[in-house]
Design a binder for this molecule. Structure first.
Ligand SMILES: *Cc1c(COP(=O)(O)O)cnc(C)c1O
Length: 724
């Protein structure tokens, strides 16, 4: 819980913050669902019970659906993102939950005779619409509803989808609480009766769920804490709810209802209710959310338990016949069971607290944005092949690769074989090209982990070929950098390499080494490199070799020579949202966003009197009364030691605090004399925004007299990395 609130705070994630009053209403809604199944007021007044269980409590499930739509579907339905993967993940989760619930209620269902003489059609009806136990219909409804909505959205505009879900709801309404209106008309009733062979009620994933899910995506986050707005929403909700009450009692009076889940005024109630709740702010609580779900899931079992207990204890009068006693007992037991389950699962799932000492926050949105921006610069048919060497420039190779996998990227570059193996062991999908040298005694690992090796020169090609088994390779061409690659003018050697039986050549590439400056000299040099490379390719083709996929650009190639042909672009630093240095030439002026923030805790705040010194070597001495803070990060985490003694700065509460004295391996001391309310446990920002200020990777790199690439790649393994 601390973690979630921490992340919500640091990410400034208003969605999560506002979602919190929804969390609390979810708990109330779960208890209302319990009421539906226990009729708390039945032994006192039938009308009152009808109001509670068939009117008020009917807000619960549509509310669940709307909130789900809001958090899960908004981006997809509004067209902000075409990514279906997060939705797929959510559906998977719900399917698992549904599966677990089916198993949980199997014994009770068998005991109650629910599954006797099931025909295949009935089984399907149960699984897809009705649920295998009475309250479980919600899960298939949710899944069917989400799939239907996403399918509609795929082919139609938002407006048309909205009209369709309204029509579906109206059709559902006629099969539910407005049944009386059509039951007299034989033709229409016949169609419905046919429908009821497939689903017992129309309050399901086709007729009811889509409208509420859709409404969730239309909810506005803003305005925050606007009293007048909240009041207005409150009044609208009360009006709509009064209307719904009148509607329900009228329908009951005229005996129109076949079932009582859907009302004409229900969507309005839910819409205003959710807007009202979204405008109230309180602490987010994932725990409350989980407890609510567990209550929903477990309460029918608790109804059985209460019944059993009542018989055993001869307490039927209090626990069964007295409806309030029954409801109270079921609620209490359900809450206890839910608490136990949540606590229990938390106990077994405890992960170490990630934002404890010094950590990196990765901005998923920024990463996706950068990938999209860079891809858009490239010619058609050229794909990004992200470079995630040196732990993805310190960002965390596995995290970054998985994030990129999730947006469909299926090829990566690393520097060495151990980096490739690590990715494979963590289940990263796609091709992985090792850009550097691998010792022949490691060749067997190339095959074991399905890694692609760079041929660093002709003699290395002979070693690879002589090893015995077929190996996937890309051939490096030296066009002037004089680092790795066979010299481009050695045509015969390339010719021989292309004839080597054991080399499975999947690519050929060169590396531009002057694409980052705009001088005439650099441009001419780059032209020369290009000419040599493409000259070689045509020579090879002339000798009858098929040209494998080609790549020559890294970040600066993409930013400054985007139009160059190629099948892949090996982007590194730009994908992480920065250039190597602020002043670097960038023709594209691509609007990249930094992905990484670096933060550390304040361990202690103390005073320093004039004449006292701080840190190793008496490198700093106070000449006035000062307040200093000790941060839990040092050069052991990758903060350059050259930032000692005032060169470096951090942000605390949005204000700049200069480094004083020497940076230690695990600690750094900063001057916080002029910042009020600095407390131990607070977070200091070394890279990233804080308040209205921001320290960029450029700031740190310039202060340390290096480039951002070096700053990033030094970020240590002791730092925790989280994706936000
Ligand atoms: C590191 C590296 C890259 C990535 O370079 P960036 O400038 O970070 O995009 C591309 N190709 C090769 C061969 C590399 O070694």
């Amino acid at each position: 819980m601390i973690i979630t609130s921490e992340i919500a705070e640091t990410a400034n994630d208003t969605a999560k913050q506002n979602g919190s009053s929804l969390d609390w209403f979810k708990l109330a809604a779960a208890l209302l669902v319990v009421a539906i199944h226990t009729s708390p007021l039945l032994s006192f007044n039938e009308e009152a019970d009808f109001f509670l269980t068939r009117v008020l409590a009917r807000l619960a499930v549509p509310f669940f659906l709307t909130v789900t739509g809001h958090f899960v579907l908004t981006d997809y339905i509004r067209g902000n993102s075409s990514q279906f993967t997060p939705i797929k993940k959510y559906i998977k989760k719900i399917l698992l939950l549904y599966g677990a619930a089916i198993v949980l209620y199997l014994p009770i269902g068998i005991y109650a005779g629910h599954y006797q003489n099931l025909s295949p059609l009935e089984l399907l009806r149960m699984l897809l619409f009705d649920g295998t136990f009475y309250h479980l219909w919600y899960f298939p409804a949710l899944i069917v509803g989400i799939l239907l909505l996403c399918l509609l959205k795929r082919f139609l505009t938002g407006k048309i989808v909205f009209i369709i879900v309204i029509i579906l709801y109206l059709i559902g309404l006629l099969g539910d609480s407005y049944w009386g209106l059509i039951s007299e008309s034989p033709k229409i009733a016949y169609i419905y009766q046919r429908g009821f062979q497939f689903f017992t009620y129309t309050r399901n994933g086709i007729f009811m769920a889509p409208l509420f899910l859709f409404m969730g995506t239309e909810l506005q986050q803003k305005p925050l804490q606007n009293k007048k707005y909240s009041m207005l929403r409150g009044i609208w909700f009360m009006l709509a709810f009064s209307l719904m009450t009148v509607e329900a009692f009228l329908l009951r009076f005229f005996k129109v209802q076949r079932h009582d889940s859907m009302y004409l005024s229900l969507p309005f109630c839910i819409f205003f209710l959710c807007q009202l709740l979204l405008s109230c702010q309180c602490k987010p609580s994932k725990k409350i959310r989980k407890i609510s779900s567990c209550i929903y899931l477990l309460h029918p079992a608790m109804i059985v338990v209460v019944r059993g207990a009542a018989k055993l204890l001869h307490a039927e009068n209090i626990l069964i016949k007295n409806s309030i006693g029954r409801y109270t007992a079921v609620c209490l037991l359900s809450v206890c069971a839910a608490l136990l389950l949540v606590k229990g699962s938390a106990y077994f799932n405890t992960k170490p607290y990630k934002v404890d000492r010094a950590w990196i926050e990765l901005d998923r949105k920024a990463l996706r944005h950068n990938a999209a921006v860079l891809q858009s610069l490239l010619p058609k048919g050229c794909c990004l092949m992200p470079v995630i060497k040196s732990n993805a420039y310190g960002h965390g190779a596995v995290l970054i690769a998985k994030e990129l996998n999730a947006i469909g990227i299926r090829q990566f570059c690393v520097a060495c074989i151990s980096e490739g193996i690590q990715l494979r062991k963590k289940g990263v999908k796609g091709k992985i090209l090792i850009l550097g040298y691998t010792h022949p005694n490691q060749f067997f690992l190339l095959r074991r982990y399905r890694l692609t090796q760079t041929v660093v020169d002709y003699s290395y090609a002979k070693q690879l070929n002589a090893w015995g088994k077929k190996l996937s390779v890309h051939i490096a061409v030296d066009t002037g950098m004089h680092r790795l690659g066979e010299r481009s003018d050695h045509i015969t050697q390339f010719d021989t390499m292309f004839q080597m039986k054991k080399l499975h050549i999947e690519g050929i590439f060169t590396h531009l080494c002057a694409a980052d400056t705009d001088t005439r000299e650099s441009r001419e040099f780059t032209e020369m490199q290009l000419q040599k490379f493409f000259q070689l390719l045509s020579e090879l083709q002339a000798r009858g070799h098929l040209c494998p996929p080609v790549h020559l650009q890294s970040s600066y190639g993409v930013l400054n020579y985007a139009e160059l042909p190629g099948n892949y672009a090996r982007v590194g630093i730009a994908l992480y949202g920065v250039r190597s240095a602020k002043s670097d030439y960038d023709k594209s002026a691509a609007p990249l966003q930094p992905v990484l923030s670096l933060k550390a805790r304040i361990a202690t705040v103390k005073e320093l009197y004039p004449g006292e010194s701080a840190g190793y070597g008496l490198a700093f001495t106070a000449n006035r009364f000062m307040k200093i803070a000790v941060l839990t990060i040092g050069y052991g985490d990758g903060v350059p030691r050259t930032l000692s003694c005032g060169k470096g700065t951090v942000l605390i509460r949005g204000q700049r605090a200069p480094v004083i004295g020497q940076i230690c391996m695990d600690q750094t001391t900063v001057d916080v004399t002029d910042i009020s309310n600095v407390l131990p446990g607070d977070a200091a920002v070394l890279i990233g925004p804080s308040g209205s200020d921001c320290l960029t990777a450029y700031d740190m790199a310039e202060a340390a007299n290096t480039i951002t690439n070096e700053i990033f790649s030094q970020l240590g393994s002791r730092l925790n990395r989280i994706v936000i």
